[in-house]
Ligand binder design. Sequence first.
Ligand code: SF4
Ligand code: SF4
Length: 303
Amino acid sequence: MEIGEHREYDLYLRDGALARGCGTAVTRWQAEGGVVETAVGPRTIEQAGQFAAALQTLFQAYNRVLWQAFPYCRECGGGCCVVGASDMRLLDGVALALLDEPFPALPAQVTNRPGICIYLVDNRCAWPAAWRPLKCAAFYCLGSGQWELDARDERYGRITRQLAGVLDEYLPEVLRPYAADLRETLPDPITFANVLDTAVDKIFTQALVARFPDLRPAAEQSTDSAADILAQIAALTEQIWQMPGDTTQYLADLEMLEWIALGRPENGAELLMEMDGRYAVTSDNQPMRHLIRAIRSSTSLRS
Ligand code: SF4
Ligand code: SF4
């Protein structure tokens, strides 16, 4: 099929815009020099590059555990690379730019099966091996096709003990205050990726955006007003009511989204992260994920 016909093509365009914005910011930082006043002190671009390289080393070690010490991913070979899985974030764009790695250029024609991630080309991920989207780099399961991660399965215990060893050895110093939270979420890699993303956002990427406001491109920002969001929640709820099957969870999540959009719960940011993680592993989730992102970027929940 033509690449433009892939159902994630718009997402690919948005990701590309994000990558270009990050590349421009890093190029400007290189040209202008100076420091970015981060939450952990002033940082030069060289130090930021070292931080990105340290995260890269952490994930190389993390994935060595998953691919060499356990059979699941080797036997499965990438069953998780489906529509909705990639979820490029600001951190991914910044890391690509700091590591001088290219954003994936996709061919005009792809032989992608329906439902497969747009970045999976000829059975290989088109992202640089040096940096895959954070959620992809963190993800693992037991290859059963059941993505419900059940931490009670003792096989997860074996994996997470080894991954905890990776964290002990490779977690960058500035992220050590988050070590306990990260270790606790290891059995649920999507939550782990979200916790890490939020931590890096707090200590570094927010400061980068403050110095280079153009960095977060319009594509990342929601232009939806609160009224738009509430109207979308109402419309989606209406649709869900008419769907066959058990939609209890879906409806409960929509109710929670409305509650968060209205700014009611204090832990709205955490609830959004948790919900985003759940919908990120199913392939038919675009309306929910759009709403989650719209609420995240239209409120101050990221701070
Ligand atoms: S970006 Fe790469 S690793 Fe992530 S889901 Fe797509 S093909 Fe798989
Ligand atoms: S994480 Fe799970 S679905 Fe993905 S490659 Fe490994 S075993 Fe397969």
